[in-house]
Design a protein around this ligand. Structure first.
Ligand code: MSP
Length: 658
């Protein structure tokens, strides 16, 4: 029995032969959500695809001397392979070059024209080819594209326009009445204040200067220009305006469109206005997630292997990558992607917390009971608390998933894992094993461990796609009943006749230092160990320190009381209601600290992410505006400006600063 229908989409991707790990972010998140809803019993439609028209594609194809279609066919094949490699469970893949899509877009265009929502006029403005965006003179930044900073071209041509301005008030009213429509809230405020309330201009929706697009059927010199073509995919994929609209009737309106923050505007202004014009209901939610950036800049600028999803999956394993993407950064925020952080997570959360728990448990059941936990069992201390903590996880995961808080959902699962690891320490099975009379107690401890792991293995299924089965194999779980989502809300699903089987190490530990050196060679040919040596004190520094002691300002012992550590900023956001404060998450080796810093006037959250800073790490935590600050970052300032103390060479985080 189905619990209902659930329709989730990713944006359709521009065909690029260099999709980086940031691109897989939206898709992995949508996949986790689709898997979760299927596990919960929903009938799911998960759509992804490619956005293949436009001048940029035409230019690249011309340069390569192939037709645009041949060019995109080749690249789309690669994108599909990437999603297969990442085990993306999309139900449908739409290409905007699919004939059924092209026909439906022509009908949409005609309908909007016939009813007066599209009209013909003349367009004059600035065009950024790489971004496929038009800009007015006032929108330009230093005469360059305000989005990408590249040169723009002045264009003047006959065009069709969509009456976006007509829908301004209806959109404002809709968004005010449906606070859940644009999420997170900060994006809703941005759309309202920066666009809707400023005023909407009609939108240019056809072009005549290139022909790689869907022809406007009643005016052959024109092709449909980008957004009407691209956004319609969400309904044409369901058969809208085709002979068979049954999927459209079943799944529209979508439950959620997941999009990166830079395209929230198109999805929350142009798209709903188009739907209003077509008399269709609006999607229930558009969720604008943040960007993954690299220390030192945008991912798209990196040509490196370290951001290539194929390389990363092959090197670290699919589940490690999927886990990292969903765990490291809260879904709405920007965050830092670094190999160091990835390895930190693999070692701490996966190899240590989860992997060890499974292998220790299986090894103990194997050793103490030849692989099968006996039925004669005795309860004891710590059992109750273990059960309560582990059984609290499913409801919390449900709650977090419903609000697309993937990272928070994983945190809840890891609380259950940590509690189970602690249970091993508390019950000390190796001591029970020495005493024959404690066998029933030992059996109960083993059962509780196996049952906790079973519950965890079911809960991680939306996020990880290979590990759950590996765990079931090791726990000897054969009955599908034990792996269903519904089975994790009560204790006792693990069948005691199951025979455990020692298996492969789920997540091998990675030697961070060695790996970073290998990666730096792979990436730049440089040897990190040299940089490390360069981080040592210079003669000059040593002399300075000596001089200070001699001047008896403070002694070296006084100085040594302060622990300065290198940290890397992985998240940053403004503190609401405090215009001076930024809330930062900084990585310090394996640890992540939260720091509140009075630098908001001098640094935007975006520009501070990825910076390597110095933290006073042993400062007593304080609360600023109710938010705990675990340390202080160093900065210098004069009357006008403030500058953070940064490292001028790439060093790992967590190093002592001496
Ligand atoms: N074709 C448009 C979308 C049209 S939808 C009707 C497009 N394509 S894209 O290929 O440029 O981007 C696809 C998705 O990848 C977007 O959601 C975008 O935000 C996401 N990402 C691309 N780089 C990213 C990061 N570095 N980090 C996170 N997501 C990013 O936009």
């Amino acid at each position: 029995m189905t619990k209902g229908n659930f329709y989730i989409t990713t944006p359709i991707y521009y065909p690029s032969d260099k999709l980086h790990i940031g691109h897989s972010y939206t898709t992995v998140a949508a996949d986790a959500m689709a898997r979760y809803k299927r596990l919960k019993g929903f009938d799911v439609m998960f759509l992804t695809g490619t956005d293949e028209h436009g001048q940029k594609i035409q230019r690249i194809a011309d340069e390569k001397g192939v037709t645009p279609k041949a060019y995109v066919d080749n690249i789309v094949g690669g994108i599909k392979k990437l999603w297969e490699l990442m085990k993306i469970s999309n139900d449908k893949f739409i290409r905007t070059t699919d004939p059924y899509h092209e026909r439906a877009v022509q009908k949409i265009f005609k309908r909007l024209y016939d009813q007066g929502d599209i009209y013909k006029s003349e367009y004059e403005g600035w065009y950024c080819t790489p971004c496929e965006s038009f800009w007015t003179q006032t929108q330009l930044n230093d005469n360059k594209c305000p989005d990408c900073g590249r040169p723009v071209e002045l264009t003047k041509e006959e065009s069709y326009f969509f009456r976006l301005s007509k829908y301004q008030n209806a959109l404002i009213q809709y968004i005010e009445e449906h606070p859940e429509f644009i999420q997170p809230e900060s994006r809703r405020n941005e759309m309202m204040n920066n666009f809707l309330k400023v005023g909407l201009e009609d939108l240019c929706v056809s072009r005549t200067t290139f022909d790689w697009g869907i022809p406007v059927e009643f005016d052959k010199g024109h092709v449909v220009y980008v957004w009407i073509d691209a956004l319609s995919n969400y309904i044409t994929a369901l058969g809208y305006l085709s002979e068979d609209e049954s999927l459209f009737e079943k799944f529209w309106p979508a439950n959620v469109h997941l999009v990166g923050k830079e395209i929230v505007r198109f999805h929350t202004i142009i798209w709903p206005a188009m739907l209003m014009a077509l008399g269709l209901p609006l999607p229930k939610q558009v969720f604008g997630h943040g960007w993954l950036v690299l220390a030192g800049g945008k991912m798209s600028k990196s040509k490196g292997n370290v951001v290539d999803p194929v390389v990363l999956v092959k090197k670290y394993g699919l589940d490690a990558i999927r886990y990292f993407l969903l765990r490291e950064v809260p879904f709405g925020s920007d965050g830092l992607f670094s190999n160091e952080a990835l390895i930190g997570r693999i070692n701490a959360d996966l190899a240590n917390d989860l992997g060890n728990l499974v292998s220790r448990t299986v090894a103990m059941i194997d050793k103490y009971f030849d692989g099968i936990i006996p039925d004669e069992r005795a309860e004891g201390d710590f059992d109750q608390d273990l059960m309560e903590t582990v059984l609290a996880a499913p409801a919390k995961v449900d709650e977090k998933m419903d609000s697309l808080e993937f990272s928070a959902a994983l945190v809840e699962i890891w609380k259950a894992i940590s509690r189970t690891n602690k249970y091993i320490d508390e019950t000390a099975p190796w001591l029970l094993a020495k005493d024959e009379s404690q066998k029933p107690r030992l059996a109960q401890v083993m059962y509780n461990l196996a049952e906790s792991i079973r519950i965890v293995s079911v809960l991680i299924q939306p996020f990880m796609v290979e590990t759950p089965e590996k765990i079931w194999e090791q726990l000897g779980i054969l009955d599908a009943k034990e792996t269903q989502w519904d089975s994790v809300y009560s204790w006792g699903g693990y069948q005691s006749g199951n025979r455990v089987q020692k298996g492969v190490v789920l997540f091998p530990r990675i030697d961070l230092e060695q790996e970073m050196e290998d990666l730096s060679k792979l990436e730049t040919g440089k040897d990190l160990s040299k940089q490390k040596k360069a981080g040592k004190k210079t003669d000059h520094q040593e002399k300075e320190e000596k001089k200070e002691q001699e001047d008896s300002l403070i002694t070296i012992d006084d100085f040594a009381k302060i622990q300065f550590r290198t940290v890397t900023v992985i998240e940053a956001e403004k503190v609401e209601g405090a215009d001076k404060l930024l809330k930062l998450k900084v990585r310090m080796g394996d640890e992540v600290r939260q720091v509140v810093s009075g630098i908001a006037k001098y640094y935007t959250p975006e520009e501070i992410i990825g910076k390597n800073l110095i933290l006073v790490a042993n400062l007593k935590p304080v609360k600023l505006r109710g938010i705990e600050s675990q340390g202080m970052i160093l900065a210098a300032s004069d009357d006008n400006t403030l500058s953070l103390v940064t490292l001028d060479k790439a060093l790992q985080s967590g190093l002592k600063v001496t």
